[in-house]
Design a protein around this ligand. Structure first.
Ligand code: CA
Length: 665
């Protein structure tokens, strides 16, 4: 076919599709399909109610589900009429400043449905975008005479899954999202946060979440009447309302990834595609890297946050950490407890404790080519933080500190509002924007659930909002640590929402001061987690003393944190996962493979490698008789030559793992 003919052919196809769409619209049914035609969303108006339905290859995944709102100003669920339907299609590529891969394709068909409520003549629009790997939809409130300021009392969006799937989620009340994801049937869940991950009996995987949560309340879902029909529950204000808005405004996108296997869930970029392009003009100050910190020592009670005989963040100790960072090629050193306020949680964000010389420490760091990473624990006192924020960011900027880890330890913000409420959403957003203005990257702990805002503000690097390694430490003396299966679940749940500051890489697995909590992995698994759990700033969590002279440390000090490609050779949620990533700055690949409490052997085919090259594979694997409980420390290090045709047997101990560096020769 000639080029011109090909073009004409494509134009004809597009034309045919649009005609078909408008035909079906005339029959009272409107629908839009994914570019590959496998996924279809249909919207319909039945007796004044509005519904949507999702199908894959003719099979209904989400049955007719209600759309609409209850506003303080009136009902927006009944007496609805579709007044117009418009279609569009988009296919483009964009590059991520940092991430799990460089280039992202944004390819979807869109259906925009204009709706009018017939009693009060209030208008809104529903925008559906259908991708090859799932869907997103949101509500938009245009400027109009009959709606200006308004209050959302409830969003009535339903997700009526056609079958009662197996699911993974955490309860809505889980503080800071630091919970163990529970594997239950949909009909058994109460109210849960998203991401909510589903596995169907016939091997389909889905994940429900949201994208671009900017000025609204966080999404949670509730199973109704013990069925697989889910209703939206937005995190409320203390006064009960869900969101205060002004027209024009939009809601976040409701997203559903639809994948043929668990591994493909990790490769969907729908959430990022549904966020807005980068708003920061000069991004030269944004970087990725590895960091260590004066932090785990607080968990082992060797150090204290507050000033005193055990104070961790002293000038002297921070310089020692900076020396270690320089020697072992870390880009950052975190020093928690540098500022006044740890005794009564009434924090100053500009005043150092007298034994911490910010000027001296930052000058030393600069000289060494390492960055001091700043720290702001707010204890949830947002009012106190917002008062000082600008001055605090200015201070850090002046001293070359381009990174702040924030913390919000408190059940309620300002003693009043939930983290995930619109109040919280607005605050966390304010922090990101103001930080960008002062060239500061953010690592938010006790955050709201991430929704892909790092596309728009790539200074939002990483976030906690996950039950991280701190739960294995004595300081959090409850729960006895994370079970070995935990890290084989979170990539497929919380991990779908964005980078996780899990802080892997602890080498002293048994806590010397506590017989209870400890790190329930082998040492080799700690290495593999640096690849499996994605974070553009990855912490090596242990005290520096515990790394000295351990040959396994080489993997941590050479593992990149910014990638050009990601593949997922093995994935079984709750059992095992293998991830291979290509370094953004070289031709080298890194592999992490982990298992739950079962030992197993996985066969890894290296077909992701360049087929014309030979690689040196350096393996860090569980030693013979390694076991996460009785014998976690043995690590075997071996080197072999491999090509894209090679297969490596990954012999994973109980609670174990393998980490591999593949250097192109
Ligand atoms: Ca935490």
């Amino acid at each position: 076919m000639s080029k011109l003919k090909k073009l004409l052919f494509i134009i004809l196809i597009v034309f045919a599709q649009f005609t078909a769409n408008s035909c079906s619209s005339n029959q009272g049914q409107i629908k839009v399909s994914s570019p590959d035609g496998r996924i279809e969303v249909q919207a319909s108006e039945i007796n004044g109610n509005l519904y949507y339905q999702v199908k894959k290859e003719g099979t209904v995944l989400i049955e007719n589900s209600l759309l609409g709102f209850e506003l303080k100003e009136g009902d927006l669920t009944n007496n609805l009429k579709i007044t117009k339907t418009q279609y569009a299609t988009k296919d483009s590529h964009w590059d991520q400043l940092w991430g799990e891969e460089t280039s992202i394709r944004n390819h979807y068909n869109q259906m925009r449905v204009s709706v009018e409520e017939q009693l009060n003549k209030v208008k809104f629009e529903l925008v559906f975008r259908v991708f090859d790997d799932g869907i997103g939809f949101r509500y938009e409130f245009p400027t109009q005479d009959n709606l200006n300021e308004f209050t959302i009392l409830d969003e009535n969006t339903e997700f009526n899954f056609a079958k009662d799937h197996k699911s993974w989620s955490i309860d809505y009340n889980t503080q800071y999202y630091e919970g163990i994801y529970e594997n239950k049937y949909l009909s058994e869940i109460d109210t849960v946060s998203t991401p909510l991950t589903l596995e169907s009996e016939d091997g389909l995987f889905m994940a429900l979440h949201e994208a671009n949560l900017t000025n609204y309340a966080s999404l949670n879902v509730t199973a109704t009447e013990g069925s697989s029909k889910l209703k939206t529950y937005l995190t409320p204000w203390s006064t009960g309302e869900k969101a205060f808005l002004n027209a024009p405004s939009v809601t976040p996108w409701r997203t559903l990834i639809i994948a043929d296997n668990a591994g493909d869930l990790l490769l969907s970029r729908i959430m990022l595609n549904l966020n807005e392009p980068c708003k920061i003009e000069d991004t030269s100050w944004i970087s990725t890297g590895r960091y260590i910190g004066i932090w785990w020592g607080m968990h082992t009670k060797d150090y204290s946050w507050h000033i005193g005989p055990k104070h961790g963040a002293t000038t002297e100790n921070t310089l020692r950490y900076l020396d270690f960072a320089t020697k072992h090629n870390f880009q950052g050193v975190l020093a928690e407890g540098w500022n006044k306020g740890w005794d009564d949680f009434n924090f100053s964000f500009t005043e150092s404790y007298p034994d911490f010389d910010l000027k001296k420490v930052t000058a030393y760091a600069k000289d060494k080519g390492v960055m001091l990473l700043g720290h702001h624990e707010t204890a949830g006192n947002v009012e106190n933080y917002e008062k000082q924020m600008e001055e605090a960011f200015q201070l850090y900027q002046k001293h070359g500190v381009h990174f702040v880890k924030t913390g919000y330890i408190a059940h309620l913000l300002n003693g009043k509002e939930l983290h995930g409420s619109q109040f919280g959403v607005q605050h966390y957003r304010k922090v990101i924007e103001l930080a960008a203005k002062h060239q500061i990257m953010i690592d938010s702990h006790e955050p709201i659930m991430p929704t892909g805002l790092q596309r728009t503000y790539p200074n939002l690097m990483t976030q906690e909002g996950v039950r991280g390694q701190e739960w294995d430490a004595a300081y959090v003396d409850i729960g006895g640590g994370n079970p070995p299966s935990h890290t084989t679940i979170i990539p497929f749940t919380r991990g779908l929402a964005g980078p996780m500051d899990f802080t892997p890489g602890t080498f002293q697995l048994k806590n010397p001061i506590s017989s209870g909590p400890r790190v329930w992995t082998t040492l080799a698994k700690q290495l593999a987690l640096s690849v499996v759990l994605y974070s553009p700033w990855q912490m090596a969590s242990d005290k520096i003393e515990n790394y000295e002279d351990n040959p396994a440390f080489e993997f941590i000090t050479s593992c990149p944190t910014n990638w050009s490609k990601t593949v997922v050779p093995h994935a079984k949620i709750g059992e095992y996962v293998t991830i291979a990533r290509k370094d953004r700055d070289s031709e080298n690949w890194y592999v992490g493979s982990i298992t739950n409490e079962e030992g197993r052997t996985l066969s890894l085919t290296l077909d992701f490698l360049d087929s014309h090259a030979t690689y040196k594979a350096k393996l860090f694997r569980d030693g013979p008789d390694a076991d996460y409980d009785a014998n976690p420390y043995p690590v075997l290090i071996e080197e072999i030559e491999v090509t894209a045709d090679s297969t490596i047997n990954l012999e994973l101990a109980t609670g174990g793992g393998t980490a591999i560096i593949l250097t192109k020769l």
